[in-house]
Design a protein around this ligand. Structure first.
Ligand SMILES: Cc1ncc(COP(=O)(O)O)c(C=O)c1O
Length: 376
């Protein structure tokens, strides 16, 4: 049979996380996917019902409903205009549309090692090149500034910062951010900041890095903050309205516009009442993070782990090869993600998502402890 596929997807496969998930036994405890598995806000559910009974769902303008874009501007303290907002089908589409818009063949994009794995795949799909800068595993994954500076060449087009980070659940220090932004400005590099985990702070409130700078674009969504992954609603925002205009063209040909219902829910989700459910999620996340970490440290006092400031991931090093440990855990019915899929600096780490049922986390942690002790 003729192979009908093109070279566009050569070397591109389902993500490692999905592959692990698909291969696990049916009743496994899944601590691998990037979801916050808490109930959705009842307030937003009832608003959704009202919207469905009141309106016929229609195409909207490509960039999205004005009222929804205005509420996004308001969320960012009106640092940008509605023309600087493109509403997309989740943050993932915003990332794809942005990279599709900016990358010429062989343009270089700087990524942290480790970071969210979809960036590198999408960069490959649109024929760009990834250059990594290092986050030091021996220093709580802090930025290695020399490696950042040295990664820049005349072909560098952009840097993507996942802030707070997936898989580390921590933010860059203020000094490091200042350093990155200064260098990016000097070198005319676009700074793409994925803030999808911003609202899931565990201790101190975290703030968006969106500003009036024309070389900054912020991407986010309701997926994590509001436990609304299935609504597929996100956005790209920037003071650079010309760039957002071009991204909106890409978005038009990817999906025309985001779902009408999902767009309509944005103003409610970002309202004071909508954000109350996010505050409740933070309380649940903080409790789970604390219990999980305390339990693990009790059994492994010298455990190495990223000091997370945000939810929902623990990035843990039990001192074993991460692929080996992941396979063993999957065979015991616990799905986690091997750290090396996020970049070489994640080697020997596993990523565990604790944003799920408490009983399940408890069961999974006991299995992890027993297994890791027995490998010892
Ligand atoms: C860092 C990061 N960005 C983007 C996404 C995609 O989010 P969305 O569901 O809004 O498309 C994820 C999902 O796991 C993520 O972890």
């Amino acid at each position: 049979m003729k192979d009908f596929t093109s070279n566009n997807l050569a070397g591109i496969n389902k993500s490692a996380i999905r592959q692990i998930f698909d291969s696990a036994p049916k009743d496994s405890i899944n601590l691998a996917l990037g979801e916050i598995l808490f109930p959705e806000s009842q307030f937003l559910k009832s608003k959704a019902k009202e919207i469905i009974s009141k309106y016929n769902s229609v195409y909207t303008t490509n960039a999205g409903l004005l009222e929804s874009r205005e509420s996004i501007c308001n969320y960012y303290n009106n640092l940008v205009e509605p023309d600087g907002v493109c509403i997309t089908n989740g943050a993932e589409e915003a990332i794809f549309a942005t990279l599709f818009t900016i990358i010429n063949p062989n343009d270089e994009i700087l990524l942290a090692n480790p970071t969210y794995l979809a960036y590198d795949t999408i960069i490959k799909m649109v024929k760009g090149k990834t250059k990594y800068f290092q986050l030091d595993p021996n220093n709580n994954f802090e930025l290695n500034r020399d490696s950042f500076r040295m990664a820049i060449t005349s072909k560098t087009k952009a840097v993507i910062l996942c802030n707070p980070s997936n898989p580390l659940s921590k933010v860059f220090s203020n000094d490091d951010i200042k350093y990155i932004l200064e260098i990016a400005e000097e070198n005319e590099i676009l700074v793409i900041i994925d803030e999808i985990y911003l609202e899931l702070y565990l201790f101190e409130r975290s703030y968006s890095l969106l500003s009036k700078a024309k070389n900054i674009i912020v991407i986010s969504s309701l997926s994590k903050s509001h436990c609304m992954t299935g609504w597929r609603i996100g956005w790209a925002v920037s003071a650079n309205t010309d760039l957002i205009d071009r991204i909106t063209v890409a978005h038009q040909y990817i999906s025309t516009c985001a779902s009408f219902l999902s767009q309509k829910i944005i103003p409610f989700a970002l309202s004071k009442k909508g954000m109350e459910s996010v505050a409740m999620n933070r309380v649940l996340l903080r409790e789970r993070q604390k219990c999980s970490l305390e339990f693990l440290l009790e059994h492994f006092p010298s455990l190495k782990y990223a000091r997370s400031t945000h939810a929902p991931y623990l990035f843990l090093n039990f001192g074993f090869d991460d692929l080996y440990l992941t396979k063993k855990l999957v065979s015991e019915g616990v799905i986690v993600v091997p750290g090396s899929v996020f970049g070489a600096n994640g080697k020997n780490y596993i990523r565990l998502n604790y944003a799920t049922d408490k009983k399940k986390i408890g069961e999974a942690l006991i299995k992890i402890v027993i297994l890791s002790k027995n490998i010892e």
